[in-house]
Design a protein around this ligand. Structure first.
Ligand SMILES: CC(C)(COP(=O)(O)OP(=O)(O)OC[C@H]1O[C@@H](n2cnc3c(N)ncnc32)[C@H](O)[C@@H]1O)[C@@H](O)C(=O)NCCC(=O)NCCS
Ligand SMILES: Nc1ncnc2c1ncn2[C@@H]1O[C@H](COP(=O)(O)OP(=O)(O)OP(=O)(O)O)[C@@H](O)[C@H]1O
Length: 302
């Protein structure tokens, strides 16, 4: 909590959170996610999951390269304070592309953090905009602003084929109705707000153990998030396989049950054997951890 200044007011907690705090907090969110172990199919300390082209060191280099860019996203959000929220995404996209270039340079061309850059780029711009408007930084307000930035994004980018070969994300949407990272952002991170944060908060309140809380939250994300990474790698049957295995583990108590960590390792082995990696859920886990440091605030309608 060191870099967040919290002052209690009778109505809510108000956070003063500047660009430097933001960069540090995003860096820590990404490192916390990748170092969390054991994560089924994902890169962690135990192994490289279902990936042959990336490892923990690549994620650490990638994190160091992309975190400083969050200050740029923040600035654009800050400068947008009196403008229309829908203008923000077209303005941060070139910054996102430049940030992706830095990522690719340090990973030798491997996509370690594309989904994370998108999610944290949007959140950073939302924080800048709220700070400039002198509005308290609350989870639900930040997510609401992200939803405003992404208004109609899925319809605009995925529902109208541009001719020629469909992109991976267009075909996930047009064939299966799955909107991936864009859909999650347009909903103001609905899966994070309705699934992940409540589980994370409950385990933290009961046990105060961040690792267990994050692993249990990851299982919930794997059980309910329509992760298009899994579809890209294993088709719809790959997505359903992971969702069913995670649900089964949760019925048995997940990692809070004796033997739960071993069961998580077995699921890791099963996903590696099938080349399945829930990368979208890993991104949302990092977002969950990041948002958990802010007060919840009023319920957001979406
Ligand atoms: C919207 C983004 C994520 C989409 O890119 P793309 O179409 O290549 O998407 P793709 O379907 O491969 O998904 C990208 C990543 O999203 C994550 N993801 C997948 N499913 C989900 C989900 N349900 N929820 C959240 N994240 C998910 C995964 O990490 C995945 O690797 C973004 O990278 C983008 O806008 N790319 C275009 C170039 C650009 O403008 N980049 C800068 C963005 S700031
Ligand atoms: N610990 C992690 N391990 C693996 N992927 C992760 C992890 N954390 C986040 N991710 C997300 O998963 C995505 C990488 O997944 P993947 O390698 O399947 O994507 P791809 O490059 O689109 O596909 P492919 O490797 O099949 O060409 C990244 O965008 C990243 O945001």
């Amino acid at each position: 909590m060191s870099e967040i200044l919290m002052t209690e007011s009778p109505v809510n907690k108000v956070c003063a959170f500047d660009e430097e705090s933001l960069v540090k907090r995003v860096r820590l969110a990404l490192l916390t996610e990748v170092r969390l172990t054991p994560k089924p199919g994902l890169v962690d300390i135990r192994n490289t999951g279902a990936h042959k082209d990336m490892d923990l060191a690549a994620f650490e280099r990638s994190t160091a390269a992309i975190a400083p860019w969050m200050a740029r996203f923040y600035q654009i959000g800050y400068e947008s304070a009196t403008g229309n929220a829908e203008w923000v995404l077209p303005m941060i996209r070139p910054i996102g592309v430049a940030c992706e270039c830095d990522m690719l340079q340090v990973t030798g061309g491997v996509n370690t953090h594309r989904g994370a850059i998108f999610a944290f780029g949007l959140l950073s711009a939302a924080i800048g905009r709220l700070n400039a408007q002198n509005v308290p930084l609350e989870q639900n307000l930040m997510c609401d602003v992200v939803a405003q930035f992404c208004h109609h994004l899925v319809a605009k980018e995925l529902s109208v084929p541009k001719g020629g070969k469909l992109s991976k994300s267009e075909s996930h949407f047009l064939q299966f109705g799955l909107a991936g990272a864009r859909g999650e952002a347009e909903s103001g991170f609905r899966t994070v707000r309705t699934q992940a944060l409540p589980v994370y908060n409950r385990v933290m309140a009961e046990l105060g153990d961040t690792n267990l809380a994050l692993l249990q939250t990851l299982l919930h994300l794997m059980a309910w998030n329509d992760d298009t990474n899994l579809v890209a790698r294993g088709g719809l049957s790959g997505l359903y396989y992971v969702q069913q295995q995670a649900q089964k583990l949760l019925w048995e108590g997940g990692v809070l049950h004796p033997g739960g960590i071993e069961a998580m390792q077995q699921l890791d082995d099963a996903l590696i054997a099938r080349r399945l990696s829930p990368g979208g859920s890993a991104d949302l886990l990092a977002v969950t951890w990041f948002l958990s440091h802010f007060p919840a605030g009023m319920l957001f309608k979406n």
